[in-house]
Design a binder for this molecule. Structure first.
Ligand SMILES: [Zn+2]
Ligand SMILES: [Zn+2]
Length: 311
């Protein structure tokens, strides 16, 4: 628990106390201004004659429970207005406003979304996430928060585009959710599996045959490196294969040079000052080891524990 226990206690305490306190009173004012364009001093696109403008302000009159549960609640003050007052247009400012894209999913938010859409079941969520990771459709982006955001790889994007283009009828959300319900019904003995699968499989089989004939091979973007191929001097690129990333010659298939992809950590081995690189166990668990393996057998699960031994 560490530091979390006192924080959690304080949160519960504040909520409990706040729930017994009086309401906060906030005075809010909305001013509506109906305008008419009379002269053409201001150029407005899609010119209309009337515009309705709205401004809202709010002032905290009585703190109430907010005293125990402080949150940033800034007063937004409006100038004095009188009803039916007439106003002059002084200026028009054009302001650019962009809505930021929603953040990338992390494991928890992805599962929450799957749950909302009725896709997957508690027993399959872990499987779904490990599958998209094993197939290299997503990567954990170390630059995001605690590095837990899942970012699609070029392979993931290509697979998604391919499915949307050719399999939109089975790739969509309602289909998947309905199929999951049907599978539940089979599991509960309410439905026979043969007719359910037949209903899905017959049209699906036809689609697969058609896609096999029509679809073009998908070209997946490769990541270029500055390194030159030792055999033909082309630039080396990072490709994604069945076992993950590997370095290959940019002029493949003419040149067949390839070598393993090494993810460096920038840290030195405490035993022999070799380079610490990211490795994976046979089961796919990540660990950190020395690049001089097998001459040096230094390895650790966590970089933090290694940094401690260095100090
Ligand atoms: Zn080459
Ligand atoms: Zn070493």
């Amino acid at each position: 628990m560490g530091n979390d226990a006192p924080k959690l206690y304080e949160l519960i305490w504040r909520r409990a106390v706040a729930s017994q306190m009086a309401d906060a009173i906030i005075e809010s004012t909305t001013v509506i201004v109906d305008s008419q364009i009379q002269n053409s001093k201001f150029k407005i696109q899609n010119k209309r004659d009337n515009y309705r403008l709205r401004a809202s302000g709010s002032v905290l009159v009585f703190e109430g429970f907010l005293k125990a549960n402080p949150q940033a609640l800034d007063d937004k003050k409006l100038p004095e207005f009188k009803v039916s007052e007439s106003l002059n247009l002084l200026n028009i400012n054009a302001e650019k406003h962009e809505t930021p894209p929603p953040p990338r999913y992390n494991e928890a938010s992805l599962i929450k979304t799957l749950e909302e859409k009725g896709i997957g079941r508690p027993s399959t969520y872990a499987m779904i996430i490990s599958t998209i990771e094993e197939r290299q459709y997503v990567e954990r982006d170390p630059s995001t928060g605690s590095g837990q955001r899942l970012t699609p790889t070029p392979v993931g994007i290509a697979v998604n585009d391919f499915l949307v283009k050719y399999f939109s009828t089975i790739d969509d959300i309602p289909f998947t959710a309905e199929m999951e319900d049907e599978l539940d019904n089979i599991a509960h003995g309410k439905r026979e599996w043969v007719p359910v699968i037949a209903q899905f499989y017959k049209p699906f089989e036809k689609t697969v045959e058609k896609v096999k004939e029509d679809a073009k091979r998908v070209k997946i973007e490769v990541e270029k490196t500055d390194e030159k191929c030792p055999e033909c001097k082309s630039n080396l690129v990072v490709r994604i294969g069945r076992f993950g990333k590997f370095i290959s010659c940019g002029s493949f298939p003419k040149c067949k040079f390839s070598k393993p992809f090494v993810e460096k950590t920038g840290l030195k081995c405490p035993k022999d000052a070799g380079e610490i690189i990211v490795k994976k166990t046979r089961k796919g668990r990540k660990f950190f080891g020395c690049s001089n393996y097998p001459a040096c057998d230094y390895a650790t699960w966590k970089l933090e524990s290694m940094k401690k031994t260095l100090v």
